[in-house]
Design a protein around this ligand. Structure first.
Ligand code: URP
Ligand code: ZN
Ligand code: ZN
Length: 461
């Protein structure tokens, strides 16, 4: 099967031009003006933007909080209607099992036959011990060249101390495995949480008070020093504030391979959302917490200038009615995370590109090209010859409103409820197969494929 997409405005991370794309099977075979080729199907894309499918490198489909599970891969078609064709899912190491064994079982039992989007995994360290450090180099061969360690969440089995992080960094560097950290100071947070609760300050807003900016900055700076000492690269996930971003930028300016991402919600929401009445604030409980307008402005500037390298969703599908209500009496019991997979495109385009904060090419870089490079997904993230035909056709004129109703995320709320979106994802091709038509999912379960990541992704600069 071959397809010719004609006369669209093709946007990549490096340029923008009106042209055609010729796809044969799963692969882009030609890109240029007025291509003279015979195709089984011709798609007219005049007046539309044609971009590479998004890569969302921060998704939780198997996270569980005290036995309560998030929505899983059965909702992965939400990625496609939101213009994301590949996602990377965090897999928590199971007790008594190796990291690769955990990922392999999970893939075979719960993902392979269900995934509707292409996917890779990040390991999440459970018990960080010598057995795990010995396994880190093998992760690169297995095709999962990344692992997250939690500096936050004191008392949780997956909380890692500095020794664990330092050992993981040492074990990772020669194999090209990227260590990722959730950087917040667990002790500061633990003390503040207990003090606030003792004072009767239990509403969702106090989640932000218990996780101050400097708790994030201190842990970010510490992780940078640990990485620099180990001589290893480091990736800081979900950066929420100016000072943590500055620590990363400063390290990077010194030539250290230290990189980071922010997430859609930190760019458009803030702590005033956490103060919404009737427990509505619980919908916005994520960690690090939402900050203030100052940080939002700085983060937009940071992604524009490559001081942060990607914008992820940190998608976490806990519902409001039951699961978020676990914390009705105490903010510290609210499951962390917000659902955002379907709306990353809308947020970055409407409030970034349309608002004049980033260019269209920068959008592609943050949404697709950089996450592909960082995670070693060589055939993804670009419209070019030989790349997978993961292609989004976007109508920039069709406006809408973001709402949870009818969303494929399967969650009973959206943190962006009622926000305007400019433009609509019209068609999405996943490796040459049309999976979204007129904004609706038309694919099938199991069409997604495990894509192996290559090591040394962070050395792309
Ligand atoms: O609040 C968040 N970010 N929840 C998901 C787990 C994590 O820390 O990434
Ligand atoms: Zn995290
Ligand atoms: Zn996360």
């Amino acid at each position: 099967m071959s397809i010719l997409i004609k006369n669209g405005t093709i946007i990549t991370a490096i340029d923008e031009f009106v042209g055609d794309i010729f796809v044969e099977g799963e692969t882009i075979r030609a890109v240029g003006e007025n291509l003279k080729v015979e195709a089984d199907e011709t798609i007219e894309a005049e007046g539309k933007y044609v971009l590479p499918g998004g890569i969302d490198q921060h998704v939780h489909f198997s996270f569980n909080y005290r036995g309560e599970k998030v929505r899983g891969f059965e909702t992965s078609n939400a990625a496609l209607v939101g213009g994301t064709t590949t996602l990377i899912e965090f897999v928590n190491q199971e007790e008594g099992k190796g990291m690769i064994e955990t990922i392999d079982n999970y893939n075979k039992e719960s993902v392979e036959s269900i995934a509707m989007v292409d996917y890779c995994f990040h390991g999440v360290a459970g018990e960080a011990n010598e057995q795990l450090f010995a396994e880190i180099p093998k992760m690169a061969e297995y095709g999962v060249p990344t692992m997250k360690l939690f500096m936050a969440y004191k008392g949780a089995p997956y909380h890692c101390d500095d020794a664990a992080i330092f050992r993981a960094l040492q074990a990772s560097k020669d194999a090209g495995v990227t260590i990722m950290v959730h950087a917040e100071n667990a002790d500061i947070i633990d003390i503040l949480q207990k003090q606030l609760v003792a004072e009767g300050k239990v509403e969702p807003y106090y989640h932000a008070v218990s996780r101050p900016v400097y708790a994030e900055v201190e842990a970010t700076q510490r992780a940078i020093y640990l990485a620099a000492t180990a001589g290893a690269p480091l990736y800081v996930v979900h950066v929420s504030c100016q000072e943590a971003m500055e620590a990363i930028r400063e390290a990077n300016n010194k030539g250290l391979p230290i990189f980071g991402e922010t997430c859609a919600h930190y760019l458009v929401l803030d702590e005033s959302d956490l103060a919404k009445p009737n427990f509505e604030g619980a919908k916005y409980v994520c960690s690090p917490p939402l900050r203030t307008q100052r940080h939002r402005d700085v983060l937009w500037n940071a992604v524009k200038n490559n001081w942060l390298n990607a914008v992820s969703s940190d998608h976490c599908g806990f519902d409001f009615k039951k699961q978020k209500h676990m914390g009705i009496k105490n903010f510290a019991d609210i499951p962390n995370g917000t659902p955002s997979l379907e709306n990353r495109f809308d947020i970055l385009w409407t409030y970034g590109v349309e608002a004049g904060k980033i260019s269209r090419s920068k959008f592609v870089e943050l949404f697709s090209t950089n996450p592909a490079k960082i995670n070693g997904l060589d055939n993804k993230g670009h419209i070019g010859i030989g790349y997978d035909a993961d292609i989004v056709i976007f109508d920039p004129d069709k406006k809408g409103i973001i709402t949870a109703e009818g969303s494929l995320q399967g969650v009973d709320y959206s943190p962006y409820e009622g926000m305007e979106k400019i433009g609509t994802v019209e068609k999405v091709y996943l490796r040459g197969n049309l999976t979204v038509k007129d904004g609706k999912f038309i694919g099938e379960k199991g069409q997604g494929r495990f894509i192996k990541g290559k090591p040394f992704g962070l050395c792309y600069k």
